[in-house]
Design a protein around this ligand. Structure first.
Ligand SMILES: Cc1cc2nc3c(=O)[nH]c(=O)nc-3n(C[C@H](O)[C@H](O)[C@H](O)COP(=O)(O)OP(=O)(O)OC[C@H]3O[C@@H](n4cnc5c(N)ncnc54)[C@H](O)[C@@H]3O)c2cc1C
Length: 445
């Protein structure tokens, strides 16, 4: 099916972005999706090499994508100069196509957590930090990790972060253990963007005690302890690491923006990144739906005299999945558009809604896809079990649903005073109208 831009955003997509969308669609369909299983097969099964190598096909895909200009598509033109020159909305459409394949984002140097880390360096890094870390990341020569979550602290409240950072002369000394550091197991991961808490009492404000520090992965005192598994998948070669820091010493110049500015940075990091995640999830849901439609129309798999697709329940699942995917897309594109028109801060509510609704909806869709595959859906013969696991984590990663819901509920509830005032004014007017029209009794409000 040829790629189609959703009707509601037709006039928001430039001719150049349209051309790229076509190229990306073609590249993902003809190069990346067929390469997904090759990538999987090339991950070493040898335990001594599993975390020391990566599938060679990825370099091949990277050079093919780059030669077609499909590179660093994510840095939006509205807020950065280093990217390919698209808006958040245009890149959102691209990210959806990337989400159809496991390898597509990395092929075009658009994969997390590098994208978010590059945004941090581009937005908050100084010239030396950009030269040393942003440039090789933009070139796709190295990879990176973002270290915030900690094993022994409830990390959905980032104020709890406890990795100690001490200033000693021109150095920073870090101590603590980080958890779920995605990408830190990858042999190409050269740098950690690390959230720490100052040991010196720098502020009584709980939001001004954290700092973001650039830590080269090979700094003495850093140990990657183990990869964590996601429902049994180790996600090699990328992995999610537990990382221990013992007296890790880096130059003070590795501080990003300044001591106590950590919250400002992580808040700035998360807006567009959440939109990218959501659009990739929508792409994954589209691919899962394709799998479902193909499976239930397999002429060799008839039940009770019918193709599986001819049973009403299955038709309903297909229809419900289509409605859910298209609704989610509108929500996310609306958030992306608001980021472009104003900025991520102004679009907080829209971003939060997308972050909450999309993963839970996509998990629900993929669950139906798994069911429609029967036992095939839970095993390695189809990618859907793994897709389900990946999407399920997005209800926790980047902050659990409940935290976003609590924050949204609190903000929405702030309208109470204004609503009550408006209701009182309406009630006053209503009473006047009752009298004017000589209607007995009182209004019910
Ligand atoms: C696959 C994956 C990749 C990840 N990658 C990274 C990474 O690269 N870097 C990184 O730093 N972290 C990463 N994380 C960690 C993730 O960001 C944290 O797990 C998340 O922020 C939650 O923190 P926690 O696990 O400590 O949960 P906790 O803070 O212990 O919370 C547990 C549960 O408590 C409930 N809860 C918490 N607050 C509230 C509330 N206000 N109201 C109601 N209920 C609440 C929620 O149900 C929540 O799930 C990753 C996680 C996963 C699963």
């Amino acid at each position: 099916m040829p790629y189609e831009i959703p009707a509601i955003v037709q006039d928001r997509v430039s001719p150049r972005a349209r051309e790229y969308l076509k190229k990306i669609d073609h590249f993902v369909e003809t190069e990346c999706i067929p390469a997904d299983s090759i990538y999987e097969a090339q991950i070493s099964q040898d335990p001594t090499l599993r975390w020391k190598s990566y599938p060679p096909i990825i370099d091949d895909l990277k050079s093919k994508a780059r030669s077609q200009g499909l590179w660093n598509l994510f840095l939006s033109k509205t807020h950065y100069s280093q990217g390919a020159g698209f808006t958040n909305l245009e890149y959102g459409l691209m990210a959806e196509i990337l989400g159809r394949s496991h390898v597509a984002s990395e092929s075009m140097n658009c994969s997390a957590p590098d994208t978010g880390n590059m945004e941090v360096l581009a937005k908050y890094g100084n010239e030396a930090q950009k030269r040393e870390w942003l440039e090789p990341l933009l070139e796709g020569k190295i990879r990176s990790a973002f270290l915030m979550t900690e094993r022994y602290r409830a990390s959905s409240d980032a104020k709890n972060i406890d990795m100690k950072m001490r200033v000693e002369g021109d150095s920073l000394v870090l101590n603590g253990t980080k958890w779920w550091s995605s990408g830190a197991c990858d042999p190409r991961c050269a740098v950690y963007i690390t959230m720490c808490k100052s040991e010196n009492n720098i502020s009584t404000d709980a939001f001004k005690q954290q700092s973001v520090v650039i830590v080269p992965a090979n700094t003495p005192g850093v140990t990657v302890l183990r990869p964590l598994h996601v429902y049994g998948y180790d996600d090699a070669p990328h992995g999610h690491a537990e990382v221990r820091f013992i007296n890790v010493r880096v130059p003070k110049s590795n501080l990003v923006l300044g001591e106590g500015r950590g919250f400002e940075i992580i808040q700035g990091r998360l807006g567009p990144g959440r939109i990218h995640h959501c659009m990739r999830s929508i792409g994954a849901a589209e691919r899962a739906l394709d799998y479902m439609i193909a499976r239930v129309n397999d002429p060799n798999r008839r039940t009770f005299g019918k193709l599986i697709s001819e049973h009403g329940t299955i038709r309903t699942w297909i229809a419900e999945s289509r409605i859910a995917i298209d609704s989610c897309r509108l929500l996310v594109l609306n958030a992306a558009d608001k980021i472009d028109r104003v900025d991520a801060k102004a679009a907080l509510r829209e971003i939060a809604m997308a972050k909450i609704v999309v993963p839970r909806t996509v998990v629900d869709i993929i669950d139906k896809v798994v069911q429609a595959h029967g036992a095939g859906g839970v095993c390695q013969d189809f990618p859907v079990a793994r897709m389900w696991a990946g999407q399920r984590t997005l209800r926790i990663a980047d902050g659990p649903d409940e935290v976003h819901l609590a924050q949204m509920g609190r903000n929405e509830n702030k309208r109470a005073e204004e609503i009550m005032k408006r209701h009182a004014a309406q009630e006053k007017k209503r009473e006047e109208m009752y009298r004017l029209w000589k209607i007995e009794g009182r209004s019910v409000l």
